[in-house]
Design a protein around this ligand. Structure first.
Ligand code: GTP
Ligand code: MG
Length: 582
């Protein structure tokens, strides 16, 4: 999770306005035509924009294409700490001495920062060549050449600031509830929530840039390494403020030695050997952690968590405000991100529903940034995907059916696990299901409020309930390591809390009349009502109402029994059955 109080949380509409007013004319002057980034600007929209309708006909990029494109952009980009007051025109003029600029934006995170993407990589080198190491009066600076720079004013004359930059915080809960109250329908509410919380284009760029900066540091030891973002930063389900999961990929280094050469000989690198893959991972992360701690500009609070099931280095990247988790030897997680990317891109309802459920769970403390017995966002996403696979007709295909669509290129085995599935989104047929988000939200709560968690497991590979293989309260099969449960950590009491809240929310959403009254009086209704903390009063009202309706059913049953006594025997039996069902 992000460092508290550090905001990169761009609001889409604010940004759009600002960019139109300030950046567009400058972009026209300084950008070079025909580049990937110019293409992107043409289609500029957040990493997962809100579409209306269920089917988007534009060809969709493969996960690997998207990752490569953004990584290449990030390599041409620098991060600059700016003086408080700065003229945007002068700033761009100064930097464009090193080459044309393709794209830039400013943000605030305990100071003003600029992200500047050049058209050409050489411009970065040229800028670095004209950059000096600061001389400190009291302390000693360790010289370190990176793409994270500081811009100082030569003579301390104060500049007239022409930059409109906000602190880019996400809407507060109060503001969100207010926004939701003004929406016209629950569908509208879910799409509003998605728009407010999804990662913006700028935030996504900053995530790739941060990975690229860390890659430069790791490259001191492993020159061919790649640091790839995974998890919610790239799987289309990232909420502003989510952590930045990074994967240090050393496969390029390994693959270089597989290049064939002619002749009778074969050369191999001399290497050190260790007893296991895990020890290798720990050693690699240990030195990278040290390096980040001692020399990584802006990397603070470095913790080496090497004895975890999945060893990692955790740190805060101060300038971007991201809480980062760096892992290696975690390729399956990268593949899971690719699978979620496919599910999130296939149908516009998926992300809206996942964001709604994630926000709902957070609002009720069902999820937490502290590890523990809570449900994770990853598990919640799996539950939504499973629920959408269970609709009739299904909104999402099962993982097994994605496997049947795979071609030779998609074949993928990781550590003995079959991770094959179709990577080309355009080969997956869109769903014919046209259910509204409102219906799906209600039914999600109904479905999981009544799910037989005591005996069934959730399995997105087959898209059907299965017997639980063990007694964990919540069993969600890991899609790739199929003998593992991704929600093994969840306690019975946390699961029960989830079920109670799901039932309560289903009940609240069914109160159609209350909804109508609330829309006109701007009282929290629909999604806003279920995001409010579950106050004991409301719960007891819900329980009372539930009790009342149970009492009414019993009364009806007794009355029907009484009246049936007078009827003939065969009829009684039939009616009894009917009243019991009621
Ligand atoms: P946020 O809460 O927004 O950070 O969601 P996230 O999806 O990024 O979750 P998290 O940071 O906890 O984990 C990052 C990624 O690691 C996930 O997206 C998954 O791909 C993977 N992952 C997390 N937890 C598990 C797990 O229990 N089992 C497996 N196999 N993968 C996991
Ligand atoms: Mg994450």
């Amino acid at each position: 999770m992000a460092v508290p109080g550090v905001g990169l949380l761009t609001r889409l509409h604010l940004c759009a306005q600002r960019r139109t007013r300030v950046q567009r004319p400058i972009l026209r002057l300084l950008s070079c035509p025909g580049t990937v980034a110019e293409d992107l600007r043409r289609n500029e929209q957040p990493s997962g924009s809100v579409e209306t309708g269920f089917e988007d006909k534009t060809p969709r990029k493969r996960f690997s294409e998207m990752q490569n494109e953004r990584r290449e952009q990030a390599q041409r980009t620098v991060l600059i700490r700016c003086p408080e007051k700065i003229s945007e025109n002068k700033f761009l003029k100064y930097l464009s001495q090193h080459g044309p600029i393709n794209n830039h934006f400013f943000y605030e995170s305990f100071g003003l920062y600029a992200v500047v993407e050049f058209c050409r990589k050489e411009s970065v080198g040229s800028l670095q060549n004209g950059t000096r190491t600061p001389s400190m009066a009291m302390e000693t600076a360790i010289p370190f050449r990176s793409r994270f720079l500081s811009l100082k004013l030569k003579n301390q004359t104060s500049e007239q600031s022409c930059i409109q930059s906000s602190d880019q915080l996400p809407p507060s809960n109060r503001k969100l509830v207010e926004l939701l109250c003004y929406a016209e329908s629950i569908d509208d509410q879910l799409n509003t929530l998605l728009k407010e919380f999804q990662l913006t284009e700028e935030n996504t760029k900053l995530r790739y840039l941060t990975c690229s900066l860390i890659e430069d540091i790791a490259a001191a030891y492993f020159p061919d390494c790649v640091v790839r973002p995974f998890g919610s930063s790239v799987n289309t389900f990232g909420k502003l403020g989510c952590d930045l999961d990074m994967f240090l990929d050393l496969d390029e280094t390994r693959n270089l030695s597989t290049h064939k050469t002619s002749g009778n000989f074969l050369t191999e690198f001399q290497v050190k050997n260790v007893p296991s893959e895990r020890i290798a991972t720990q050693k690699i992360l240990s030195v990278i952690g040290e390096c980040l701690d001692h020399f990584g500009p802006g990397c603070v609070g470095v913790q080496k968590i090497l004895n975890a099931r999945c060893p990692l280095v955790r740190f805060s990247h101060q300038a971007s405000g991201f809480q980062c988790d760096l892992t290696t030897n975690n390729r399956i997680a990268l593949t899971s991100s690719e699978l979620l990317y496919i599910y999130g891109t296939l149908d516009s309802r998926v992300r809206a529903l996942v964001f709604g459920i994630r926000c709902w769970a957070r609002a009720h403390s069902l999820t937490s940034s502290i590890p523990g017995a809570w449900i994770t966002n990853f598990s919640l996403t799996m539950m939504v995907i499973f629920f959408l696979q269970r609709r009739s007709p299904p909104i999402l295909p099962t993982l097994d059916s994605l496997k049947t669509l795979a071609d030779a290129e998609d074949k993928c085995i990781i550590e003995g696990n079959n991770c094959t599935f179709v990577r080309d989104l355009n080969r997956i047929k869109p769903s014919g299901n046209t259910e509204t988000l409102e219906l799906l939200l209600k039914e999600f709560f109904e479905y999981f409020g009544n799910f037989a968690f005591n005996k069934n497991s959730i399995n997105i590979r087959q898209g059907r309930e299965q017997n639980k293989p063990d007694s964990s309260p919540l069993y969600i099969q890991n899609p790739f390591e199929t003998s593992l449960n991704i929600s093994k950590n969840v306690s019975q009491s946390q699961l029960q809390k989830f079920v109670d809240l799901a039932q309560e929310s289903a009940w609240i959403l069914q109160q159609k009349d209350t909804d109508r009254l609330s829309v006109s009086s701007h009282q929290p209704w629909g999604l806003a009502a279920i995001l409010l903390p579950s106050v004991p009063n409301r719960r007891s009202v819900t329980n009372k109402k539930r009790k009342r309706s149970a009492n009414e059913s019993i009364k009806n049953l007794l009355e029907s029994l009484k009246s049936n006594r007078t009827a003939n025997f065969t009829e009684t039996n039939e009616k009894r059955t009917i009243s019991t069902q009621t």
